[in-house]
Ligand binder design. Sequence first.
Ligand SMILES: NC(=O)C1=CN([C@@H]2O[C@H](COP(=O)(O)OP(=O)(O)OC[C@H]3O[C@@H](n4cnc5c(N)ncnc54)[C@H](OP(=O)(O)O)[C@@H]3O)[C@@H](O)[C@H]2O)C=CC1
Ligand SMILES: Nc1ccccc1C(=O)C[C@H](N)C(=O)O
Length: 464
Amino acid sequence: MTEKKNIAIMGAGLVGSLLSLYLAKRGHKVDLYERRPDLRKNVIDGGRSINLALSDRGWRALKGIGIEEEVRKVSIPMYGRMMHDEQGKLTYQPYGKEGQAIYSVSRGGLNMALMNLSEPNNDITYHFSRQATDVNLRTNEVQLRNTETGSTETIQPDLLFGADGAFSVVRGAMQRTERFDYQQSYLEYGYKELTIPAAAGGGWAIEKNALHIWPRGNYMMIALPNLDGSFTCTLFFPYEGERSFAAIQNEQDLLGFFREVFPDALPLMPELVQDYFEHPVGSLVTVKCFPWSYEDKSLLIGDASHAVVPFYGQGMNAGFEDITVLDQMLDSFDGENWGQLFEAFERRRKPNADAIADLAVLNFIEMRDKVADPRFLLRKKIEGKISEQYPDKWIPLYSMVTFTDLPYSYALETGRQQDKIMKKVMKHIKSIEDYDKPEVQKLLEKQLVTKEKLKKYDKSAGLE
Ligand SMILES: NC(=O)C1=CN([C@@H]2O[C@H](COP(=O)(O)OP(=O)(O)OC[C@H]3O[C@@H](n4cnc5c(N)ncnc54)[C@H](OP(=O)(O)O)[C@@H]3O)[C@@H](O)[C@H]2O)C=CC1
Ligand SMILES: Nc1ccccc1C(=O)C[C@H](N)C(=O)O
């Protein structure tokens, strides 16, 4: 049995809260420190939360502590993308096979569910309005400031987990150590949260079980359904340029722009002007760093070690998968050398974190631009056919990422190979019927990734 440790987790976001349950389950005493007040008692400042899309990796981690079913009840399945063109005409692209979906959940709601689940556990204690201001990695001392009273205190846990998000203070301390790699990049786009309220008679004003996209080339708006009948919309828009946040200065600019490019959405958005001018513009950052740990004392997890842009809907899922992997590794851990465990963990997760970061940026181009192209949609249909015909040899990239636990790095690499094959295949395709043409079938037989090859991925990079 592993020695019982006093563990401190910085940040009680989704990853910190879930991690606390997994660690307490193993008999450790866990204290969480969160700079925000208790979100169950306070309304958190609105206007800056992109809706979450839970998919298989996230569900697996929730299942591990037995709350999958509870969360499923408050989530809305989205079976595909619904594209709205400039005339309001709709096209649809399913995400996967029949019945496969990603699930819209509210960040606050899920965070609260995790907190409520932890609270009765005597080994888990939440400390709200406590901001970590400095960390001494060598002694594992953390300075905390009470954001309500201004008082300060110092804690010294046995183990420290940095689950304090993209701008992690724990990581900040690691950045000041020798040979710490750190890279941060911002997109030239920001986002603004807007709303489509529930329809007048109740219910959803547009298709409930889809993720809506208004793809417009170099920018887009999306909408994800909420339980109360509303949709949370997010406008992803350049900071500068002819069509940009900078170009919209007043109500007239805003309404003129929406009338022209989102004509079917405008009548559904009575609060548009207020939302737009009141809500801040959020920035879109990718953070890559290495290592993620310091000796046998501290480990970064979730966004603190790998913040990604939201376009694949995988940020939370990747953070939750960190926990699944760590938990698996704890199964065979002798309880002795935490430093070794942390190193093995970061080595295993880093290639996957890098891969999902890159995939997320690529998915922005797909969502804002490619999905408006009929050739792209045809290609997706053809891929669906290939996968139906050769289920062991071809899982589409989106499905590998979203509906399997194959390592993200494997998905990225295989996706690149598939892309090459699809370019050749599409030369012979004008309509879906062409799939059965002998030249297409012959090409596929020759080109297809073999069953063996599909299986041959580096297991050390991901789940076993
Ligand atoms: N839907 C959304 O709006 C967002 C979704 N996410 C999703 O959640 C996923 C998992 O995120 P996770 O890794 O949990 O990170 P999060 O950013 O969600 O959570 C980190 C938590 O730590 C708090 N925090 C930050 N700095 C300190 C500090 N110095 N001391 C104490 N607390 C601190 C943060 O407060 P604060 O928030 O005030 O910084 C936040 O509550 C992301 O990948 C993303 O997909 C993340 C952010 C926003
Ligand atoms: N949750 C999100 C938040 C912001 C932007 C995209 C998403 C998605 O989930 C996109 C989805 N995976 C898609 O590819 O259509």
